[in-house]
Design a protein around this ligand. Structure first.
Ligand SMILES: N=c1c2ncn([C@@H]3O[C@H](COP(=O)(O)OP(=O)(O)OP(=O)(O)O)[C@@H](O)[C@H]3O)c2ncn1[C@@H]1O[C@H](COP(=O)(O)O)[C@@H](O)[C@H]1O
Length: 108
């Protein structure tokens, strides 16, 4: 099991964003702003979907890594922490699966 965590990556992204290093992809993406970062996130999502439906296992691993990285960049630009997202996921574990499904399928 990998010892590297998404929190580690979030910390690296924050540090690189602050660095303004012209050689840093992260710093360059932060400088370009949300539209470009969100576009990259969308591209990586599509590439992950293509790998998945193509049953390209190595591609799913690689594209998922790109996807998670770019999601954390978008969260960073949006000033949303990974912890806030995890708290939302944790909150959902407290909900009944049946009640949750029913609320999602209710119209309006
Ligand atoms: N995990 C990543 C990571 N995943 C993907 N990428 C970059 O995301 C880019 C996306 O690749 P694409 O082929 O889609 O895009 P491209 O063709 O290079 O660019 P476009 O012309 O499409 O805009 C690549 O340039 C990758 O280097 C990443 N860049 C950085 N990291 C992490 O961030 C850390 C800091 O990196 P720097 O900010 O570059 O110092 C690294 O040590 C890694 O841990």
């Amino acid at each position: 099991m990998a010892s590297f965590t998404l929190s580690d990556l979030e910390a690296t992204i924050r540090e690189r964003a602050r660095s303004g290093d012209p050689d840093s992809w992260t710093a360059r993406l932060f400088a370009k702003g949300m539209d470009k970062a969100a576009q990259k996130l969308g591209e990586e999502a599509v590439e992950t979907v293509i790998a998945a439906v193509s049953k390209d296992r190595a591609g799913v691993v690689s594209e998922s890594a790109d996807l998670l990285y770019h999601l954390l960049v978008v969260l960073g630009i949006a000033d949303v922490s990974l912890d806030e997202v995890l708290a939302e996921l944790e909150r959902r574990t407290g909900q009944s699966g049946v009640a949750e499904k029913a609320s999602r399928t209710q119209p309006g």
